[in-house]
Design a protein around this ligand. Structure first.
Ligand code: 5RP
Ligand code: MG
Length: 221
């Protein structure tokens, strides 16, 4: 790998209070704080606003996985203080275009396509590339991870193809320390980690261990 990947902490909470407590414990160890999809639904954009106040110098991603009204939802997330937001890969092309336009009209703001549940990723990816999409989240969904799907060689190959197409790829979905070597050889842009940091006895220490493991496969800092 050439550029050091970023680490993103996913705050997949259903209530705001524990999300804010975890933010304060882990913020110094990560590069990006994610307002998780459940949190963005339970606490809305207030969660983005408060995390922005707690972390003025961090990147914030609002994982709202917008399915429609892309321009309006992107504006809502950016107005609240998010740097990055997500649109569902299953969303219509017009939704993606409108969210992208909103991001491109504001310095430093970026839209990510979220790939949960998309089967024909490479075929769709060329259409997204053609309209100027640069970033995506390659995501083994939470439910499919729990019930039926592990990371395998086909994931590695698809990520590699996306990178070769020019995308900056974030990866997510049940990533634990033991899975980090799986990504060796891929120029991953952002590692998104949720439960494997939050649900440990010492989350800040867990985040540091992720940093070390990621540095190990990417040539150090
Ligand atoms: C669920 C998500 C999660 O944020 C993502 O899966 C990362 O969390 P974890 O590492 O716990 O899987 O977007 O839809
Ligand atoms: Mg998420």
């Amino acid at each position: 790998m050439t550029k050091q990947p970023l680490i993103q902490l996913a705050l997949d909470y259903f209530d705001l209070a524990p999300a804010l407590a975890m933010t304060q414990i882990v913020r110094d160890e990560v590069d990006v704080i994610e307002i998780g999809t459940p949190l963005s639904k339970s606490a809305g954009m207030l969660s983005v606003q408060i995390v922005r106040e707690l972390c003025p110098d961090k990147l914030i991603l609002a994982d709202i996985k917008s399915p429609d009204v892309g321009g309006g939802e992107a504006k809502m997330a950016f107005d609240a203080g998010a740097d990055w937001m997500t649109v569902l890969g299953a969303a219509p092309m017009d939704t993606i275009k409108l969210a992208l336009e909103e991001a491109n009209s504001r310095p430093g703001k970026e839209m990510f396509i979220e790939l949960t549940g998309i089967r024909d990723i490479i075929a769709r990816a060329q259409e997204w590339r053609d309209i100027g999409v640069e970033r995506m989240v390659y995501h083994r969904g939470w439910d499919e991870g729990n019930l039926s799907r592990s990371w395998d060689k086909s994931d590695w190959q698809t990520i590699q193809t996306l990178i070769e197409m020019g995308f900056k790829v974030s990866v997510a979905g049940g990533i634990g320390l033991d899975l980090i070597p799986f990504f060796e050889g891929l120029e991953i842009s952002v590692f998104i980690i949720g439960r494997a940091i939050r649900e440990t006895d010492y989350p800040a220490e867990s985040a540091r261990q992720f940093r070390k493991a990621i540095d190990n496969i990417s040539g150090g800092r």
